[in-house]
Write a protein of this length. Structure first.
Length: 94
């Protein structure tokens, strides 16, 4: 579970950018979404490197897209983090 907690931490980085770049809780443009995804992936990769792990191919994109989709659907950031952490763990069997 420690690895998934680190993934969740990486998603937190994107939530900061998300809060700064939106006024109404939804990404307002593809530029906003691209910036959020980029920050999320940077955080994800840093967390994996810090853990000394090599993530399965596509895991970062899967996790960050999940987070973005959840928040755009109206989920609170903490709920989106929890859901995506569980989804990534199940999808990649870790």
């Amino acid at each position: 579970m420690a690895l998934l907690q680190r993934i969740c931490l990486s998603i937190s980085l994107s939530s900061v950018l998300f809060a700064m770049s939106t006024a109404d809780g939804l990404a307002q443009s593809s530029e906003d979404e691209n910036a959020i995804t980029t920050m999320c992936l940077l955080g994800f990769n840093a967390a994996m490197a810090n853990a000394g792990k090599t993530p399965p191919a596509g895991m970062g994109q899967f996790t960050c897209q999940c987070f973005l989709d959840q928040v755009n659907a109206g989920e609170f950031i903490s709920s989106a983090q929890s859901k995506c952490q569980a989804k990534a763990g199940a999808h990649y069997d870790i």
